[in-house]
Design a protein around this ligand. Structure first.
Ligand code: NAI
Length: 489
């Protein structure tokens, strides 16, 4: 606690705050969508009275999102959604706030630092869900669904009467979830039911989180409405694709300094993230091989000129193997054992279970090279090089996506939060939706197009204007939306 503000970050020094604030100022120039939201909605304060909890990588770009939500009236608390993804100077600057200092912080309570333990991670998440007087959030910005999952599991166990012991699961992460829930249940037996009742909605950032939300909805267990930000076109077709095209190679280089040209790289999964990863590796002159389970994506990869085969077939020649699937057990122990000496292995999908790290720990010896970069040596003497302990390497080994592409993602987040807040207040939402049911909803295309529009000027794009006659001819409104909802881009 400093100056009345309680938080937990690595380094709230003057130097760290200054560095963070300078980078935030530069990022604001690259985030035109968020700055436009501040101008457009700053005066009407649509988020006034809202308590927003965010669980999303605590980076410089996220700092600009957080300060946008504050400028629109919200009270905000924040955590990272990954133990390695926090930029400590960003966290420090957000705590200090635009008008505060290291000594007199006036910003937002952040609970995040680079290199948290799993126990820290869930402690932080629980702290961020606890506003003054113990109130829960009215709105959540989630990335990967951890905050939403904690609340839903909490309610499930409260209704069941007890939290299962950590010994009931082999999953080391879920053990920490169970311990956190048990601690809370002892203090306040109906804590999570109260939190769920007060929560007016969540906007979810990523593919993996959307899968979890869709499952909750299908099972009739979703406890508040959700907006699927990931599947706004201006999110997944930009952030997942061009963002990863930038940050995959950035993470790979910062960790290893390896020459990629001429090497053989396997990319598991050819969805939006996989497509971006393939482009960046090919751009460096790597020979890229793709693995896929979906015939459409496999055909796309083949027609882009990538070899598509199975991991088992491709492994003997691979120098680099990257997982992008959002699925689990993609690189199994037997794959790692069969890899060439010094093969570089990394994951850019949301969770670390794409690579069998727990099994690797039992079968090989770890030599730490530097933070988030390890050599694992097998008994036969050959070794492989693992990035960020199998966690998303672009945020673990580098700083994630650059500001401009995150501006598009976070403008969708801001619009989603405004929409949920307006609807909860019984006002007309931007989308016209009411969010009366606990369902997963997409923002309408006209708002997606708006987000894109806000990013054209920065790139010097001149848009052609449709005439009334032309609009009639192709059967759209002159001002959009220009495509039906099923259009794939
Ligand atoms: P997506 O669904 O578009 O692509 C995943 C692809 O993997 C699909 O085409 C699927 O058919 C394929 N796949 C599934 N199981 C497979 C298997 N066993 N072998 C080979 N391919 C398999 O999803 P998207 O948007 O590309 O996201 C992928 C993951 O990346 C998710 O976990 C998402 O949350 C995460 N993500 C990470 C980002 C980062 O900055 N690190 C940014 C955006 C998303």
């Amino acid at each position: 606690t400093r100056g009345g503000l309680t938080f937990k970050v690595a380094d709230l020094s003057e130097e760290s705050v200054r560095y963070g604030r300078t980078e935030i100022r530069l990022a604001e120039e690259e985030m035109p969508g968020l700055m436009a939201c501040r101008r457009e909605y700053g005066e009407s304060q649509p988020l006034k009275g809202q308590r927003i909890m965010g669980s999303l990588h605590m980076t410089i770009q996220t700092a600009v999102l957080i300060e946008t939500l504050v400028e629109l009236g919200a009270e905000v608390r924040w955590v990272s959604c990954n133990i390695f993804s926090t930029q400590d100077h960003a966290a420090a600057a957000v705590v200090a706030g635009p008008s505060g200092t290291a000594d007199k912080p006036k910003g937002v309570p952040v609970y995040a630092w680079k290199g948290e333990s799993l126990a820290d991670y869930w402690w932080c998440t629980e702290q961020a869900l606890r506003f003054e007087n113990g109130d829960g959030p009215t709105l959540i910005v989630d990335d990967g669904g951890d905050a939403t999952m904690l609340i839903h599991k909490g309610v499930e166990f409260e209704l069941a009467g007890s939290v299962p012991g950590p010994e009931t699961t082999d999953n080391v992460e879920f053990k920490e979830v169970l311990k956190t829930l048990a601690r809370v249940q002892q203090e306040t037996p109906d804590r999570w039911q109260k939190v769920a009742a007060a929560c007016k909605g969540v906007s979810e950032e990523t593919t993996t989180g959307i899968k979890a939300l869709n499952k909750l909805e299908k099972d009739g267990k979703l406890l508040f409405p959700a907006i699927n930000v990931n599947d706004s076109c201006t999110k997944s077709k930009f952030d997942n694709l061009y963002g990863c095209r930038h940050s995959l190679i950035d993470g790979l280089f910062r960790a290893t300094d390896v020459m990629v040209s001429g090497k053989v790289a396997i990319v598991c999964g050819y969805g939006d993230v996989g497509k971006g990863c393939c482009q960046s590796l090919r751009g460096q002159g790597a020979r890229v091989i793709v693995t896929e389970i979906d015939p459409i994506c496999a055909l796309q990869a083949a027609m882009e000129g990538y070899e598509v085969t199975t991991l088992e077939d491709a492994l003997p020649e691979a120098d680099i193997v990257i997982t992008t699937t959002g699925n689990y057990d993609i690189i199994r122990l037997e794959h790692m054992q069969a890899m060439k000496d010094k093969t570089i292995v990394g994951n850019i999908g949301h969770f670390d279970n794409e690579i069998q790290m727990a099994k690797l720990e039992k079968a090989a010896t770890r030599t730490n090279i530097k933070p988030q970069y390890d050599e694992w040596t097998f008994e036969d003497g050959h070794s492989i090089l693992i990035l960020a302990e199998g966690r998303l390497l672009n945020l673990g080994c580098a700083t994630g996506h650059p500001s401009f592409v995150m501006s598009a993602s976070f403008t969708n987040q801001t619009i989603a939060q405004i929409d949920l807040a307006l609807a909860a207040n019984g006002q007309d939402s931007l989308s016209g939706l009411t969010y009366a049911e606990n369902k997963v909803t997409l923002l309408p295309k006209i708002l997606d197009e708006k987000v894109a529009r806000l990013h054209l000027g920065k790139l010097g794009v001149k848009l052609t204007e449709l005439s009334e006659d032309q609009a009639d001819y192709i059967a759209v409104e002159k001002d959009g939306p220009y495509k039906p909802s099923h259009y794939r881009y």
